[in-house]
Design a protein around this ligand. Sequence first.
Ligand code: SF4
Ligand code: SF4
Length: 213
Amino acid sequence: MDKIEIYNTMENGKLAVGVKVKDKKASLADLLESWQLLCEDPDLFKVYAEGNYAPCRGCLHNCCDTAYVIPDLISFKKMAQYLNCSCKEFISQYFHPDKTAFGLLRLKPNPCVFLKDNICTIYPVRSLICRFYVCAYLLGDTEQLIYSIAITGIAATCLFAEEEGLICKDPAVGMSSFDMMFKKLIAEYRDSSNVELFMRAREYSEIPLLPFL
Ligand code: SF4
Ligand code: SF4
């Protein structure tokens, strides 16, 4: 039996994608494995795909051009390792310095610093935000689930970076509305007990889904 079921159903007059966790022992890795099929699905309606029905691979209206990516802690560590640099070097080379200065670890954007020739150069270790984003309609509960997992992972990155002295905790002036939104979300999630799951884990397979349901 598959641990995760991905299905389509109508909500608010639109066909939307939903997730059902069928096994209480399912992990985040199981969810990501099933979710990946959505990116490759040529029959799924995607708002920005060519003709609305195409796999993400080769998409010219690439969401990586404008994405606001703050990596979750597992991907943050994996990316640094993949690039063979320390966390400090990783931040100074690949993150937006103005955002880092006020405690937000945003990858250099417009387009994403890792996008080359329309292809992600760190695809195997990309972050949860990147893995979960698909420009399809999602059921409200499903959107809430993936959103809470991704923000929990981001809050863990923030805590880790503060503990390691890599970013400052102080508030700053000059933030955009998006920066403020992320700051607020991180503040809301940082005391969640689920953050500890990301602080302890090295792999997505070590993070159970049950606490997020
Ligand atoms: S999710 Fe991104 S890559 Fe996939 S179709 Fe939409 S815009 Fe293109
Ligand atoms: S890390 Fe990769 S998948 Fe994520 S926005 Fe950048 S290029 Fe796209």
